[in-house]
Design a protein around this ligand. Structure first.
Ligand SMILES: *[C@@H]1O[C@H](CO)[C@@H](O)[C@H](O)[C@H]1NC(C)=O
Ligand SMILES: *[C@@H]1O[C@H](CO)[C@@H](O)[C@H](O)[C@H]1NC(C)=O
Ligand SMILES: *[C@@H]1O[C@H](CO)[C@@H](O)[C@H](O)[C@H]1NC(C)=O
Ligand SMILES: *[C@@H]1O[C@H](CO)[C@@H](O)[C@H](O)[C@H]1NC(C)=O
Ligand SMILES: *[C@@H]1O[C@H](CO)[C@@H](O)[C@H](O)[C@H]1NC(C)=O
Ligand SMILES: *[C@@H]1O[C@H](CO)[C@@H](O)[C@H](O)[C@H]1NC(C)=O
Ligand SMILES: *[C@@H]1O[C@H](CO)[C@@H](O)[C@H](O)[C@H]1NC(C)=O
Length: 330
């Protein structure tokens, strides 16, 4: 009896402390093919390489979970639906269906490398599962527009829709996601960004809009120090874009700026805002009269500290090495 004492303690501990034993029972993998369920990691993985059929009904697969998973265990860490090779065209999964997740909630949802995926039903999430989503990632698909209706992904902090086919960011694209910190939209075909695309996002810290076709700086405000990456777009000038009043860091590397137009940038660069600009690899004409205002502002190079990487096109020097004589004809 004395020898059994430690064993009894361990057994009691396991019974009393439920976090120690997984009470999650996954459905058998054969019932959720081509997905697998890991009860320890609370992860569901659906893998393109294993497909033998061409069509997947994620909604039916998720419904199978209702039959096996206890009501109080229906929260998962991660859903990964992917093909580990891009353009795996044998998978037919064009839409995240209406109410696809039912009673099952996921903290992180990833859909990656599904070439014909193109739509998120505006009722894909329901009030039962939407509030649990913290990271939502759809990359390398044919997604061309996003309309989330009145869905409230209230706990969302990270969204990536990078490497898709988006062309437009409409007003309030991620409604009610006020905790959103990072938005990755790089490498789409975005031309139009609504002035109100990112309204009510006080926690935004980083928006990646690089590698798109944007030609106007969108007004994006946050209560935080925010970085907006607009590298590799179609900028020639600011496009009379919106204004910023918090510390905003705009990256405009690899665009086509010849000069920085005073009507926009003078206000953006006002020292009281502590905004900065990076303008590497543009086509800056260092003797263009429209650049004169930057250099001789009240006889100081006032903006030199806010503007990074302003190199002259076809001259191996920085703009800040210019002299008043360079502008004598202006
Ligand atoms: C997507 O495909 C690329 C290869 O084209 C692969 O390297 C990557 O791991 C895939 N991503 C996922 C999540 O399967
Ligand atoms: C993709 O995943 C399958 C298993 O599902 C594996 O056999 C295959 O080697 C993987 N391919 C790549 C390119 O990683
Ligand atoms: C992607 O979308 C375009 C336009 O909607 C369509 O023509 C094309 O066939 C789609 N590609 C795939 C792989 O489904
Ligand atoms: C939302 O996030 C907060 C903190 O990040 C967490 O305490 C809360 O449980 C989350 N709500 C849901 C429904 O997951
Ligand atoms: C901005 O985007 C470019 C192009 O995608 C990338 O190379 C660069 O690292 C990004 N910069 C920052 C600071 O995120
Ligand atoms: C704001 O962000 C920039 C760039 O990420 C950083 O260099 C700077 O220190 C930050 N400032 C504050 C006050 O957080
Ligand atoms: C210009 O510089 C002078 C002296 O340095 C200063 O008193 C004045 O306020 C400056 N004016 C502006 C518009 O910055």
């Amino acid at each position: 009896m004395k020898d059994l004492f430690p064993v009894i303690i361990v057994v009691l501990y396991l019974v009393i402390n439920p976090s120690c034993i997984s009470t999650l029972t996954c459905p058998p993998n054969s019932k959720i093919f081509p997905c697998t369920c890991d009860s320890d990691l609370r992860q569901v993985t659906c893998e393109g390489q294993k497909f033998t059929t061409t069509t997947i009904f994620l909604k039916n697969i998720i419904r199978t979970f209702h039959d096996y998973v206890e009501t109080n265990e229906r929260y998962f860490e991660h859903l990964l639906f992917h093909s580990n090779i891009t353009d795996f065209s044998d998978i037919n999964y064009p839409t995240l269906e209406e109410d696809v997740f039912g009673e099952i909630s996921f903290k992180k949802i990833e859909i990656i490398n599904i070439s014909n995926f193109e739509n998120i039903n505006y009722k894909a999430f329901s009030t039962k599962n939407a509030q649990f989503v913290e990271e939502f990632i759809i990359e390398h698909t044919n997604l061309s527009k996003v309309y989330l209706g009145s869905i409230s992904l209230t706990n969302l902090t990270y969204i990536s829709l990078a490497n898709n086919k988006l062309t437009e960011l409409p007003e309030n694209i991620f409604p009610n996601s006020e905790k959103l910190k990072t938005v990755d939209l790089k490498n789409n075909q975005i031309v139009i960004v609504s002035d109100r695309a990112f309204i009510n996002k006080p926690n935004l810290e980083y928006i990646d809009l690089s590698r798109n076709r944007i030609s106007r700086i969108p007004p994006i405000s946050s209560l935080r120090n925010i970085t907006i990456n607009l590298s590799k777009n179609d900028f020639l000038w600011s496009g009379s874009g919106g204004y910023f009043t918090q510390p905003t860091h705009i990256i405009l590397d690899d665009n086509n700026f010849i000069y920085l137009d005073q009507s926009y940038f003078e206000r953006f660069l006002n020292p009281i805002y502590k905004n900065t600009l990076s303008i590497k690899n543009n086509k800056i004409d260092c003797i263009h009269c429209n650049n004169k205002w930057l250099l001789f502002n009240n006889n100081t190079k006032l903006y030199q500290q806010n503007i990074y990487n302003m190199e002259c096109e076809s001259m191996t020097r920085s703009f800040w090495e210019s002299n008043i004589e360079d502008f004598s004809r202006c």
